[in-house]
Design a protein around this ligand. Sequence first.
Ligand code: ADP
Ligand SMILES: Cc1ncc(COP(=O)(O)OP(=O)(O)O)c(N)n1
Length: 277
Amino acid sequence: MTLRGEENLKKALTIAGSDSSGGAGIQADLKAFSAHGVYGMSVITAVTAQNTQGVFAVQDMETAIIDEQMKAIFEDIEVDAVKIGMVSRSETIRAIAGGLTRYKARNIVIDPVMISKSGYHLLRPDAVKALLTCLLPLATVVTPNLPEAAEMTGKSVNSLKDMEKAAAAIFQMGPRYVLLKGGHREGDATDILFDGETCYYLRSPRIAALNTHGTGCTLSAAIAANLARGYIVQEAVSRAKEYITTAIEHALSIGKGVGPTHHFYTLYKKAGMLTDE
Ligand SMILES: Nc1ncnc2c1ncn2[C@@H]1O[C@H](COP(=O)(O)OP(=O)(O)O)[C@@H](O)[C@H]1O
Ligand SMILES: Cc1ncc(COP(=O)(O)OP(=O)(O)O)c(N)n1
């Protein structure tokens, strides 16, 4: 990776929840930004108590402090891309949408986080409508997984054909691109990128990995980092897909449950920092 001078430093913002175990949420996003050489900033929407075994408690942030965090960043610093993750409830969604519009945010990647792998509702069921109507139209790219796509479209999504249809239905909700992730399918981990005309297939073999905590967060943050660096959407997504595949391949056995992905494998390898080299 070429190191850029400070004058060219790109800056990305994550608006998401905190994961105390560092595998998903804000913490994963900031690691992904750093691994891409992008300066990371955060607006925290909620604090979760979670680890590799599950989510145990959630404290939502008041909308006033969400507004203040956005104001503090956008009124001072140029933001090259924004990633949005856990938004939890309707009030939070409306505050974020208001801020993004007010500050004319660009390169917005929305990961419509709904239910954690461990089964916890990170988005209240009564907030789905606000997510679809207030946030989706602002998205450059929206990145649902299969259960999220099913919730958004009201139809089950299993086959690649289902994925194409769901991507087209979600596209109608206003984002410029839909990246439908196939991590929850059996067989290859194929994702579909739809731009309103063409479906691009992003294929990778399924890795027999136990440690996949934070895969969706990592992928969406990597897309935002690549957009901040100036890549067009197709290139940003395809580079992010390579990044998440490596991060899953070398995921970390931390904790007693589902461990996190490895953000820095390629960097550590290049620096000769891996002990098994
Ligand atoms: N076992 C796996 N092997 C390879 N890629 C995977 C695997 N699991 C998930 N992925 C990829 O990780 C990314 C995140 O997908 P997914 O797990 O579906 O998201 P989420 O974390 O939101 O549920 C996608 O690019 C998906 O294809
Ligand atoms: C704070 C927080 N945000 C998002 C998630 C969900 O992350 P995801 O990448 O979908 O990973 P899993 O929960 O599926 O492991 C989260 N857990 N916490």
